[in-house]
Design a protein around this ligand. Structure first.
Ligand code: ATP
Length: 356
């Protein structure tokens, strides 16, 4: 059992099913992100873990204790919302101390704990300010301090950085991760930003219409997604569809135009069946097509080259669709209109393709 265990949780609003039989274990000290598009059920799941929403069925355990019917204040959680939700008429200090005051914490201990929490988010010098006298990033730090001062068993964050501009957001990501690691806090982080989820997390849950599509490390989510949905959601992908061929060690996808794409996967090669495989822009190599050169490799035509300084992209028309190829430096000497052969090993999507 995890530090947080979600057991067969479902949530219905009338006939609408927002969560369908969710099972999830969050390990102690883990930073786990819940990633998915708007409306997939991320916030609902987080709010059910927090006790801010009742589940229609299923159970929640926190630190080994069944809390399904416990109100939010009985669960040892810290919660940070997207909109900070600070009390505007209270100072930074009182915003952070309020939870301790309500718990009748002795005065000396309260002062120590509040100042410790403010120090951790580098706000001890601003303890007497009002929230309106703070920047967005500082306000979000107060919200974080308010959550950690209660020494929660788990920290739940619902898009806490999405109201911040890009640079500040990146700084706060680094700070948040450092704080989480220093405190060893089990953290669940809801976001629709794939880069944020991949860069911060030990593991990522990708949700789709109320179900968990994949739960894995950021590396596996990016490099070995189980479905087209996950592959698309966490980065740019180009898909090949064809019939799987192979001899047990080497596998290829035979495309409708008879060309061959080498593929790899995790023992899910259904030889003789229809399959789907994908490539990322940085996995593909291009070489100029020579008429005398015999090759089964897929071919394309360069439509455009875009130079970005440290990298350059080639947009290639392949099978009537556009494929982006990324090179770290300025790439091979190719120009628009050139015919090219593609060299790449595509990754099979185990949940796609059909028996035939
Ligand atoms: P976002 O990123 O936009 O916040 P989300 O993935 O967090 O999206 P949820 O807020 O969990 O999505 O909502 C999941 C689904 O449940 C949505 O379709 C939403 O419209 C629906 N929903 C949420 N709250 C209610 C409610 N109180 N009554 C009816 N439907 C609701």
């Amino acid at each position: 059992m995890g530090q947080i265990s979600v057991r067969t949780i479902s949530k219905n609003w009338g006939a609408f099913s927002a969560l369908k039989n969710i099972n999830l274990d969050v390990r102690e000290g883990e930073f786990l992100s819940i990633l998915g598009p708007s409306g997939c059920g991320k916030s609902t799941l987080l709010r059910i873990i927090a006790g801010l929403e009742d589940a229609s069925s299923g159970d929640i355990y926190i630190a080994g204790k069944q809390v399904t019917n416990d109100p939010v204040w009985k669960r040892k959680i810290g919660f940070v919302f997207q909109n900070f939700a600070l009390w505007p008429h209270l100072t930074v200090f009182r915003n952070v101390s309020m939870g301790l005051e309500l718990r009748k914490t002795p005065k000396d201990e309260l002062y120590e704990r509040v100042m410790d929490a403010l120090r951790m988010v580098q706000l001890e010098a601003l303890a007497d300010r009002l929230p309106t006298q703070l920047s967005g990033g500082q306000q979000q730090r107060v919200a974080l301090a308010r959550a950690i001062v209660l020494k929660p068993d788990v920290l739940l964050l619902d898009e806490p950085l999405s109201a911040l501009d890009k640079n500040l957001r990146q700084d706060m990501q680094v700070e948040l991760k450092a704080l989480q690691q220093t405190l060893g806090l089990t953290t669940v982080f809801v976001t629709h930003d794939q880069e944020e989820a991949l860069s911060l997390s030990d593991r990522v849950v990708v949700m789709n219409k109320g179900v968990i599509e994949q739960l894995d490390t950021p590396d596996a989510i990016y490099n070995s997604p189980v479905s087209e949905y996950v592959a698309r959601f966490v980065g740019e992908a180009f898909f090949f569809r064809g019939r799987m061929e192979g001899n047990g060690t080497v596998h290829n996808l035979r495309l409708p135009d008879n060309r061959l794409v080498p593929v790899k996967g995790n023992g899910n090669m259904r030889v003789g069946h229809e399959g789907v495989a994908f490539v990322r822009p940085e996995w593909v190599d291009l070489s100029k097509f020579e008429a005398h050169f015999e090759s089964d490799a897929p071919q394309g035509v360069i439509e455009r080259m875009m130079f970005f300084g440290q990298s350059s992209d080639y947009l290639v028309r392949v099978e009537g669709r556009q494929l982006r190829v990324k090179y770290r430096t300025d790439g091979p000497a190719l120009k628009a209109g050139d015919r090219v052969a593609l060299r790449c090993t595509a990754r099979v999507l185990p949940n796609e393709g059909q028996a035939s």
